[in-house]
Write a protein that binds this ligand. Structure first.
Ligand code: ATP
Ligand code: MG
Length: 470
């Protein structure tokens, strides 16, 4: 053997050979050195047959092992091949002349197999190699975790193997419910024998995700049904409410008979409540109209500065009644927007109405260029502010923050900001709140500008001042 290894040939390989006379000597050498290949005679003074190979394989699992046997002892060599030996060479046969080449191929093959095993071990999915007799030959860590606490290695695989089919298996996990695992089995070869590779994926998470998706869809459906129902009832209430309103107004105007002061107080209370219900119904219908998208927007070129100016003028009286100074400030470069004029006006109205209700002394409406583009409408007050933990809820329907009622006993419907959010979304914009409790609140609306050059004409003044103060 030494002779063949020393002979120069095309492989130009040079070997460092360490000889061991017995298996125990070989094991000692394997503990001290790292070898590329082992050329093992299966018949040794202290070990014989397949066992020699198995002991060596356990000791040096990553090293290529080639076995040599004498004529008549080939069976053990064949079994060694099935168990993972890289090659076998009959002593005295012409194969010995090819020894260098055989070793080289064996080392390369072993390295490739080691890489394959590494990939299997590192895979996130579970992988199990099952030989032709149904015995598990390799289990990667992901599969081991699925079958814990039992170990499958060396045991018969406990599920039916159907090649090229995907199925769900249930791995018992008492006292918890079983783990659901998707299994796909593909044919492969393992140590030159046909085998199967079972790929396993825990689908419990996927199932739970699907269930959650269904639950969300059901909730959305229920929400939609509720919204439709609320819209229908609101619509139905409009006619009776108009009749009640008419009757109460007539009573208040003394159409039936002049009222005594105590009767007048009662009728006044009824009028106040009718107005409140009317406002609620109108808001509900408006929100439902916006959410459903049933009524198309009447969009067009709109000068936001003009709307701000008009709205602020219209609310000056309300501001004065509350002793609040209401001002507006418009930056010259703010261009036109593509918007529904009624809805934009309602947006400004809702925000200023809120601000006036909570301001201590002043409310400022500002219109400026947005960052990085578009326009920015800001409504700022110096009122009680909104606690940080409540700010997330503000734009949801019916959200109201527990507060003492306003000076006129006003209790809002909690729909104003939800309507604002819808209006802004329909115009592809964003609405944000900034607030410091005790110091004030600012709502900022960012809207895209109309895609054209803003005209210089029609904006002669740098700023509009309403109420004489800026
Ligand atoms: N500028 C503000 N300062 C402090 N709190 C505010 C301000 N704007 C809104 N809020 C709080 O947010 C809540 C929700 O406002 P929203 O406009 O949606 O409803 P509302 O004003 O109560 O009722 P509606 O507008 O339908 O008459 C208000 O009840 C109020 O507590
Ligand atoms: Mg409001």
């Amino acid at each position: 053997m030494q002779k063949y290894l020393a002979e120069p040939d095309v492989t130009r390989m040079v070997f460092d050979v360490v000889r061991a006379q017995t298996l125990s000597e070989a094991l000692e050498q394997l503990s001290s050195w790292r070898f590329d290949a082992i050329l093992a005679d299966l018949m040794l003074p202290d070990s014989s047959g397949l066992e020699t190979f198995q002991v060596l394989q356990r000791k040096a699992s990553g090293v290529a092992i080639l076995v040599t046997t004498s004529v008549g002892d080939e069976r053990a060599a064949m079994e060694a091949m099935r168990s993972g030996a890289q090659d076998f060479i009959l002593k005295g046969s012409p194969d010995f002349r090819m020894l260098k080449r055989a070793i080289r191929y064996a080392v390369e093959r072993k390295a490739a197999l080691e890489q394959r095993d590494q990939v299997i071990r590192a895979a996130a999915d579970g992988m199990v190699v099952i030989d032709a007799t149904g015995i598990v030959r390799l289990v990667n860590p992901a599969a081991e975790r699925m079958f814990l606490p039992a170990s499958l290695l060396g045991r018969s695989f406990p599920y039916p193997i159907r090649l090229d089919e995907t199925g769900i298996i249930e791995i018992p996990r008492p006292p918890q419910p079983p783990t659901l695992v998707e299994m796909r089995v593909s044919p492969m070869s393992w140590n030159l024998e046909p085998a199967s590779l079972a790929c396993l994926r825990d689908v419990g998470e996927v199932r739970r995700f699907d269930e959650m998706k269904t639950e969300v869809a059901q909730r959305r459906h229920a929400d939609r049904m509720k919204d439709e129902w609320v819209a229908k009832i609101s619509h139905e209430l409009r006619t009776p409410l108009t009749i009640i309103k008419g009757a109460v107004t007539e009573l208040a105007e003394g159409a039936a008979a002049p009222l005594r002061p105590d009767q007048m107080t009662l009728v006044g209370m009824a009028q106040h409540q009718v107005k409140r219900v009317e406002r609620l119904i109108l808001s509900l219908l408006e929100l439902s109209r916006l959410e459903s998208g049933a009524t198309p927007l009447v969009r067009g070129r709109l000068d936001p500065a003009e709307v701000v100016h008009m709205t602020v003028s219209a609310l000056q009286h309300a501001a004065a009644q509350r002793a609040v100074i209401l001002t507006s400030q418009v930056t010259q470069s703010v261009g036109p927007i593509d918007a529904d004029a009624d809805l934009f006006e309602q947006l400004v109205m809702n925000l200023v109405d809120n601000a006036l209700r909570f301001a201590r002394s002043r409310v400022r409406v500002r219109l400026a260029r947005g960052t990085p583009s578009g326009i920015e409408l800001s409504v700022e007050d110096d009122g009680i502010g909104i606690p940080a933990d409540k700010q997330g809820l503000l734009f949801s329907k019916y959200a109201q923050i527990d507060r003492p009622r306003g000076p006129e006993g006003y209790k809002g419907t909690g729909l104003g900001l939800a309507i604002c959010k819808e209006i802004v979304a329909l115009h592809h914009g964003v609405i944000k709140v900034e607030s410091a409790p005790g110091r004030g609140t600012a709502f900022h609306v960012l809207l895209p500008e109309l895609a054209e050059e803003p005209s210089e004409a029609g904006r002669p003044e740098p700023a509009h001042a309403a109420g004489g103060s800026l």
